[in-house]
Design a binder for this molecule. Structure first.
Ligand code: GLN
Length: 489
């Protein structure tokens, strides 16, 4: 298939339904694209065996021909971040701790895609336990940005972003606890959708910070994200925090005319690349011309976003990661003297530096002496932040912000400045702390030829409204996708 790399998931699925493309051919095209560039980009931690992929594509093709499978995803290849369990397939979370782990069950989100006939190609690289913004904390080495392989694709779902941007698969799943879908999407010229908390089941997602973790999508356009929403969203008896799909209540297409969009200027004060700021105001002008009202607002509590997020995320992580003790499953040290030495050595050797740092911070803020001063305080601050967002959403439909203060950094840059890396999550963590939805969308390239993304944030349940609005009103006028794999051709 000549144009495989340019097709959206919808158009590929439609061709398979119409019989102009065979699912086995589509799978072969995916494998050929991977063969060509994976060594350079390192999107995957595990690729399923070729015969397994082709056999499954053959089965799906036969069912499509018998008209048993009519889903728009039947035969469409996809990739999954390596923190979502798939039965029988290694699921490492980018960590030495789980380097030998093969789950016995499949996460609900992945199962729904498999049931729709989508073809799983492999598990993608990620920051260890989803802690990071560049895939550089992966035990297995970083992924590279297809626009410039000397740069990071972002993270923590960097491998999933690369798998779509490089044209390996038309869509992929990632997870977003503080920006890990939106930021790599923006660094790789893609649409990254962070669903409202609870909209997609977390069953089978290896936990980082459970009150903020969501499964999200990487696509080439907002239409694919909408299609995936209708497949993935919904109440799951295996996840008590999951919500009924009817929660996403907007059914009518939001017109730009009359829409109220706010730009939170206090967030922008922290420092944003002038080129990104310029694109943001250009986007605002476009939407004004289309009839929206775009005005500035003071969100409030913006200085508290990063401290609250990292205090809560580390606290939850330290509790969630307690289960990796070298006894039940996962990595176990070879030599130890007694039980506490087994715990100590297995955890010190199995976890990388960033994960250990966060466990230490989390254990500290949850300790009896400091609980009130840090953890309880962070929960109170989270409540204030939620109040600020609720107030903003009484006056505005959506908030428009950058996704990150700059474009994709060079590999190694974040390592020199871990606190600077934390600070770069300023624009994304708000939606996680408050449970809302947010979508990052590409608006163009910087002077250096790197993708720039912007973000629309909405109140919980406005997922469909934002995606539908973007479907009609992507701003800058370039064609999507931004030419996505320039380093390969
Ligand atoms: N960069 C953020 C962190 O390290 C977000 C990670 C994520 O969303 N998984 O916590």
């Amino acid at each position: 298939m000549k144009d495989y790399k340019d097709l959206s998931a919808r158009s590929l699925g439609q061709r398979i339904q119409e019989g102009t493309v065979d699912a086995v051919e589509a799978a072969k095209d995916a494998l050929a694209a991977i063969e060509e560039a994976e060594e350079k980009l390192h999107a995957f931690l595990h690729i399923l065996p070729r015969d397994v992929i082709l056999a499954r594509a053959g089965e799906v093709q036969a069912r499509v021909e018998r008209k048993e499978l009519t889903s728009p995803l039947a035969g469409v290849p996809f990739a999954v971040k390596d923190n979502l369990c798939v039965a029988g397939v290694p699921t490492t979370c980018g960590s030495r701790m789980l380097s030998n782990y093969i789950p016995s069950y499949t996460s609900t989100a992945v199962q729904k895609l498999l049931d729709a006939g989508a073809i799983l190609i492999g598990k993608t690289n990620m920051d260890e336990f989803a802690m990071g913004s560049s895939t550089e904390t992966s035990y297995f080495g970083p992924s590279k940005n297809p626009f410039d392989p000397s740069r990071t694709p972002g993270g923590s779902s960097g491998g999933s972003a690369v798998s779509v941007a490089a044209g390996f698969v038309p869509f992929s799943l990632g997870t977003d606890t503080g920006g890990s879908v939106r930021q790599p999407a923006s660094f790789c010229g893609l649409v990254g959708w962070k669903p409202s908390y609870g909209l997609i089941s977390r069953n089978g997602l290896i936990a980082y910070a459970s009150s903020m973790d969501v499964v999200g999508t990487f696509t080439k356009d907002p239409g694919d994200a909408l299609m995936l929403m209708s497949m993935l969203a919904g109440k799951d008896p295996k996840d008590s925090t999951s919500l009924d799909f009817r929660f996403v209540s907007d059914t009518k297409k939001p017109e730009a005319k009359g829409l109220r969009i706010g730009i939170p200027t206090d967030l922008l004060q922290a420092g944003v690349d002038p080129a990104i700021r310029k694109l943001l105001y250009k986007c605002a002008d476009r939407w004004r011309e289309a009839g929206a009202s775009v005005t500035e607002l003071e969100l409030g509590h913006s200085g508290a976003l990063i401290p609250a997020y990292y205090t809560i995320a580390c606290a939850e992580a330290s509790s969630n990661l307690e289960r990796y003790d070298g006894v039940k499953y996962g990595y176990r040290a070879d030599q130890y003297a007694g039980l506490s030495d087994l715990y100590k050595k297995s955890r010190s050797q199995g976890f990388g530096a960033e994960v250990r740092r966060r466990i230490l911070i989390g254990t500290f803020v949850l300790s009896r002496e400091y609980y009130d001063a840090y953890y309880r305080k962070a929960l109170q601050v989270r409540r204030l932040i939620a109040g600020a967002f609720e107030a903003a959403f009484r006056s505005f439909d959506f908030l428009l912000t950058p996704v990150a203060p700059g474009t994709a950094p060079l590999l190694g840059e974040y390592e020199k400045d871990p606190v600077g890396q934390y600070a770069s999550d300023l624009f994304t963590v708000g939606a996680n702390l408050t449970g809302g939805t947010a979508v990052s969308f590409p608006v163009g390239l910087s002077d250096g030829g790197l993708p720039v993304g912007l973000q629309l944030i909405g109140a919980p349940g406005r997922d469909r409204a934002i995606l539908r609005f973007l479907e009609e009103n992507l701003p800058i006028g370039h064609e999507l996708p931004i030419h996505p794999y320039p380093c390969i051709i």
